[in-house]
Design a protein around this ligand. Structure first.
Ligand SMILES: [Zn+2]
Length: 248
């Protein structure tokens, strides 16, 4: 029941995240202004703005001018719903649910904006960090010190490669690592490991397919890997950290 509810809220949140991804890099307000068709500028009617469903009913076309509407919109809504349901399914106490939802909600627009514009906006990482700090402190005061320490550790860990090779990793990635630490606590280690592994594997696959030179020139932002690592850590981070601490 809780999972279904989380998925339904996730759809609505995903619909808002589409607006964030579209407007935030342009410096436009995400709170005001109605959505319109970029081709004919007709306002999008409320009944054509239902997450996923409207896109399917309209078969991916504007009702007024027939211009195609990117499949990315319903995909972002569906992905956010899946991530919300996932957090509701795996988190076992309130603080984990809240911090998990805060994190996945930030990771969706961060991933897309980093892929589109190769930057991670402070306008997302900063408020997410503040919300995570306040919510973490309020819901689990005893664990906050550990989460802050994890955030600092994760940020410092990425600060070195970001300074050595600023073309491969940026200060936005360092801040994102801090946000991951504030939401995940010690499980952020799993997120960083998965991010580095998946990033390296993808780089190797690219080098094998199109040559080392081209792979070096094809810059892939690191944010999406960190986001992927974050989701893996939400699902598997706690058991991995516990197993590690029990065995060593
Ligand atoms: Zn139109």
């Amino acid at each position: 029941m809780l999972i279904v509810l989380a998925a339904a809220f996730g759809l609505l949140i995903g619909s808002f995240l589409n607006v964030v991804v579209h407007r935030l890099p342009l410096g436009a307000s995400v709170a005001t202004g109605r959505s319109e068709c970029p081709a004919c500028h007709h306002r999008i009617r409320a009944y054509d703005n239902v997450p996923v469903l409207s896109w399917l009913v309209l078969r991916g076309r504007c009702r007024d001018c027939g211009a195609p509407i990117s499949a990315r919109y319903p995909l972002v809504e569906a992905a956010t719903a899946v991530l919300w349901a996932l957090v509701a399914a795996v988190a076992d106490d309130t603080v984990d649910v809240v911090l998990g939802l805060v994190l996945v909600t930030a990771l969706v627009p961060i991933t897309l904006i980093d892929l589109d514009h190769r930057r991670i906006p402070n306008a997302i990482t900063l408020p997410t960090a503040v919300i995570a700090l306040v919510a973490g402190t309020a819901l689990d005061p005893g664990g906050e010190l550990g989460r802050v320490a994890s955030a600092l550790g994760a940020a410092v860990f990425l600060l070195i490669p970001a300074m050595v090779r600023p073309d491969g990793m940026g200060i936005g990635d360092v801040k994102l690592a801090g946000v991951l630490g504030l939401c995940l606590g010690p499980a952020v280690a799993v997120a960083l490991l998965v991010a580095l592994l998946s990033g390296s594997l993808f780089g190797l696959a690219l080098a094998a397919r199109s040559g080392v030179e081209r792979a070096r020139k094809t810059q892939i932002p690191f944010g999406p890997y960190l986001a992927f690592g974050g989701v893996v850590a939400i699902v598997a981070g706690r058991p991995v950290i516990d197993a590690y601490l029990n065995n060593f």
